[in-house]
Design a protein around this ligand. Structure first.
Ligand code: SF4
Ligand code: SF4
Length: 318
């Protein structure tokens, strides 16, 4: 039987448990002058999507690498799983660094989670499907007086008002990667440090990923037409979409970027040669260790490891 796996983006907030559709009406309005102005930005826990990072680094006029270093903290979207990034709050505090007395200092490029508030997006995937489904929940926090304002609006219209259709469209590839990784579970095992680093770079550090795609090493391994290269290297959003395809190929074997067969074969050959070298080096180290132990008069029993020769597995030292 298939199961639904909600992905709640406000882990610390009181989410009303009911799942609702986009046609659901909410009573809410947030406006300057309301008694709780800025209260929601004073204690933040905001996960950023790759598209959020692109919008914010452009707004600030800095590279994605500098943005990540200065304004975010990495965290695990789930234990031993995939990398995520959150806003780093002010030094020794919990408030957002973009909060000003007039309101949000990056309003036109504020992240997805800020736009959604007080709605929570529940991105789910049935185990037998690849596509994700969207439904919503409502977040009600005592400090937020927006729920007391007499304005009703459907969630669909609220999303449009907040510019969310564009944000959701451009985050879809990332959400699908996250959901696919989550639902692949322990059978695939924890990803290696290298694959986590690759996921982090491709998803969030678009400027480093740009250098990677531009590199000779990348061109040796992957085949791209000149038009495709120009397209993805000329626009951060195109590059981000390409990064999602790249990760699906590298992490899940869903091939959509042509491989340079010769280079792939050469890599495999190099890998095999390296494996033989590693085994030879390990054998040499072991032989040397055994020689040194023999010189010192150690044998296996002296080493405290015991010798297990009995058929029932009991140890000679027991
Ligand atoms: S980015 Fe803007 S809306 Fe979001 S928490 Fe910071 S100040 Fe508030
Ligand atoms: S109404 Fe809610 S969202 Fe608006 S400022 Fe107040 S706490 Fe923040």
């Amino acid at each position: 039987m298939s199961s639904l796996k909600p992905d709640v983006p406000f882990p610390q907030s009181p989410v009303i448990p009911a799942q609702v559709e986009g046609s659901h009406q909410i009573q809410f309005s947030c406006h300057k002058g309301i008694s709780c102005w800025n209260a929601c930005c004073a204690n933040i826990d905001i996960t950023l999507t790759p598209y959020d990072v692109i919008r914010l680094k452009k707004h600030l006029g800095i590279s994605s690498t500098d943005f990540l270093r200065e304004y975010t903290v990495p965290y695990e979207l789930e234990k031993d799983g995939i990398a995520g990034v959150k806003f780093r709050p002010v030094e020794n505090g919990t408030a957002c660094r973009f909060m000003t007395p007039e309101g949000c200092g990056v309003y036109e490029n504020r992240p997805t989670a800020c736009r959604y508030y007080p709605v929570a997006l529940l991105s789910m995937r049935r185990q037998d499907e690849y596509v994700d489904r969207q439904s919503y929940a409502i977040v009600k926090e005592d400090h937020c007086k927006g729920h007391e304002v007499a304005r009703t609006i459907t969630i669909d219209d609220y999303r449009t008002e907040q510019g969310l259709p564009e944000y959701d469209d451009l985050a879809r590839g990332w959400r699908q990667l996250v959901l696919k990784k989550k639902s692949s579970g322990p059978s695939i095992g924890a990803p290696s440090i290298k694959s986590r680093q690759l996921f982090f770079m491709a998803c969030y550090d678009v400027d480093t990923f740009h250098s990677f795609v531009e590199s000779e090493a990348f061109a040796k391994l992957f085949v791209m037409t000149e038009d495709e290269r120009t397209l993805v290297l000329g626009d951060d959003v195109e590059l981000m979409q390409f990064a999602f395809r790249f990760l699906r190929q590298v992490l899940f074997g869903e091939q959509s970027i042509a491989l340079n067969e010769e280079a792939a074969k050469a890599r495999l050959e190099n890998w095999k040669v390296r494996q033989v070298e590693i085994e030879r080096e390990a054998a040499e180290r072991r032989a040397k260790l055994e020689e040194e132990m023999a010189k010192e008069g150690f044998n296996e029993e002296d080493s405290g490891l015991g010798v297990c020769n009995d058929e029932d597995g009991s140890c000679a030292k027991d």
